[in-house]
Design a protein around this ligand. Sequence first.
Ligand code: ZN
Length: 345
Amino acid sequence: MSPEIRSRTVELTQCDAPEPGGYIELPDGIVWIRLPIPGALRHINVWLVPARRGWFLVDTGMKTRAVRQAWEDLEKKLPLATELESIVVTHHHPDHFGMASWLSDRHDVSVAMHERSAAAAAAALRDPEEGLRYPSDGFVERLGVELDDDMREIMHGGIYKSIVSGQSPTTTLQADLSVAGRGRAWRVTVHDGHAPGHACLHDDSTRTLISGDQVLPTISSNISLYPSNELGDPLGDYLESLDHLASLPEDTLILPAHGRPFMTLHARIESLRQEHGDRLRQLLQLCADPRTTTDLTAALFRMERLDALNRLLATTETLAHLRRLELLGELQRHGSGTDLRWIAG
Ligand SMILES: [Zn+2]
């Protein structure tokens, strides 16, 4: 990409954002599409990227009537029917993966995602007790959290299945695999912490990163510990991923899944590290006295202002921070079930 096209691309991404259901074509040829999401997020950005001959699509939107309508309208304006070659899904969350199967069937193209991400999607679609739906018992017994009725409903409500169109045959994305663009080669990088096997696409020649949810401009990506990954270290994985991303040049253009494109990667990473560091310090101070998970979550988040989904995410995010401190040897848990307490030392 010439310096002139790069600077025009940067300028445009900073000035204009498409409305949900709309798109704008960037001077470097990438088409920035916005799709609606119910709730506070309101939109997801997905990217139609020039391939050698046609196009590949990065992420697909959640399976809702509004998104289906948006794709049907977009098909009248963009050459999806004749020129879409493949779909790349950054990770299995419904706003990214939701319409993959529907679009794949409709345009007879394959879906590529990392195998850990594909496995997470398959588990969530196959078994109502896995994936995004965990028995609340695991929370109480092993993590000391009593979910309220609405949070329990989310865990048992089959929500994932209802907003994902199914699973098409997938091809596997691996770290360092190259996805051919038009005159550009997109290298796959794989990250954990936010979701298993989250893929980003990086083009070194134009210093552009399609980042999915791994790094976002204003909100921090949710990092969750559930009963299903309770022995893991999602926050540690996420912070390690930030270290890798920090090795990219400062002027890398980030095309994120939510919010606007941005070019302040290093400052953003520093602010995310600080945010998580502050939470870890705060938890450690609070745990000078024995504390329940519920108390600690309420100290970090204004739970009374959150809906059930976000109360659940606040809880699992707090657990990810507590687990990190436990693995660092700075925090211990005593007791189990509703008697479980976290204590510093
Ligand atoms: Zn996500």
